[in-house]
Ligand binder design. Sequence first.
Ligand code: NAP
Length: 484
Amino acid sequence: MVVSNATLANSSAVNPPAPAPPTRRGVLSGGMSIELIRQAILTGATDDLADIEMPATFRGVTVHADEQAMFAGMESSAKDPRASLHLDDVALPELAPDEVFVAVMASSINFNTVWSAIFEPLATFGFLTRLGRESVWGARHDQPFHVLGSDAAGVVVRVGSAVRDWKCGDAVTVHCNHVDDQDPTAHDDSMMATNQRIWGFETNYGGLAEITLVKANQLMPKPAHLTWEEAAVNALTNSTSYRMLVSPNGAQMTQGQSVLIWGASGGIGAYAVQYVLNGGGIPIGVVSSPERAELVRAMGCEAVIDRTAEGYKFWSDETTQDPSEWRRFGKKIRELIGTDPDIVFEHPGRSTMGASVFVAKRGGLIMTCAATSGFMIEYDNRYLWMNLKTIKGCHFANYREAYEANRLICEGKIHPTLSATYALDDVGEAAAAVQKNQHEGKLGVLVLAPEEGLGVTDPELRAQLLPEITRFSRHAQGGKKSGH
Ligand code: NAP
């Protein structure tokens, strides 16, 4: 039940309240219990967490079912997430045996937060209702509010009776693949499960909240050399890029292959650049400004195309594409790398798919995981079949893939792309920035962490990797103000 529904604009600041009295047992208000949890984590007293009473309520970023028609008839770009996102006090749900509660120190904005907030392509409440019909435990998710967020870094504060490998006090990150392990189709590749869901988008109680409800098989160790906010931004986009490019379920890129990466400084694109370089491939990064081109070059991507400077107009009007523009784009790629790309990392969708199918090499692969600019796609099929190309759909990652992608972060072989950090109260602003393509890399959100820079337990590795870890935030500070 939603206890209060202050909007983000008028809710109270994220600053911690005064230290709570040392009461550990009995009925605690949400704020008091949350404060004890926060203090235990900040002071390293995580052994005490199991003894702290869970809060009756916690704060979380929500959309409301009774507002899902609020943008009806408006253009997508006019739908403002700041109007639909709320910061509510939410009643703590019951914990199932295979689940844990995580106290969220930091979270991040993903594009799915934007989709949920503007109720496109459809409102998310239908997902919650369907989950609610599946089981008694599923019914907890079917609420008139939806707590959003598909990333989190934090500390386990309760484990269900069937949880074996995690305990209270473990520092974790959370991946968003929500799988029913009693479903036979979930075995082999769990992304193929008929009722596979994205936590915080197709399930309730997501990561943009003080407490999140996750299955134990969503947990991964927190990278020790990263701050809470750096650790929080990776799982969704990093795992997606890993599956798209590295996994046998995706492109399984080999050494020397060339990969055209749309949005190479964006959420999934900036991890794609890192995977192509790590794997001995040749990235061609597409961006929309000289500053982004510089950022992507600084990551080691030598071939960069500024699509704004080149002025590509793949669509001459709303219904007509211009193949001469595809040709001009393909010529530019050949000028830069001497060949056509083996793989296209595709996600803008309607704006670019015609060009992506055209420029891919004979026998090449177009990996697509999204359609930000529109999902009714049009391309010239002659270029696909005559040149034996393949379009392959891809969606998030299974636990194994997400775990491998997280391991690479833990080992300092893939780096976070955090460019700015926002307070929980400012999630609407952060989502609006992502919606308007005003950010680079990822935007972090402080939840229980009272300030940036906390949570590092391996300062030596951090010191070695600092230039890579902070590349996007230094770029943002050089070019524009931080969100926080
Ligand atoms: P993002 O951080 O906003 O980055 C997207 C990038 O795409 C931007 O940096 C922008 O780069 C580029 N772009 C935007 N519109 C474009 C257009 N019309 N033509 C060419 N380039 C364009 O978002 P993200 O996190 O990377 O996510 C991208 C999409 O993938 C979203 O739709 C998201 O929902 C989806 N996604 C899907 C999955 C999945 O599992 N299926 C996972 C993650 C994300 P420039 O302007 O610099 O070119």
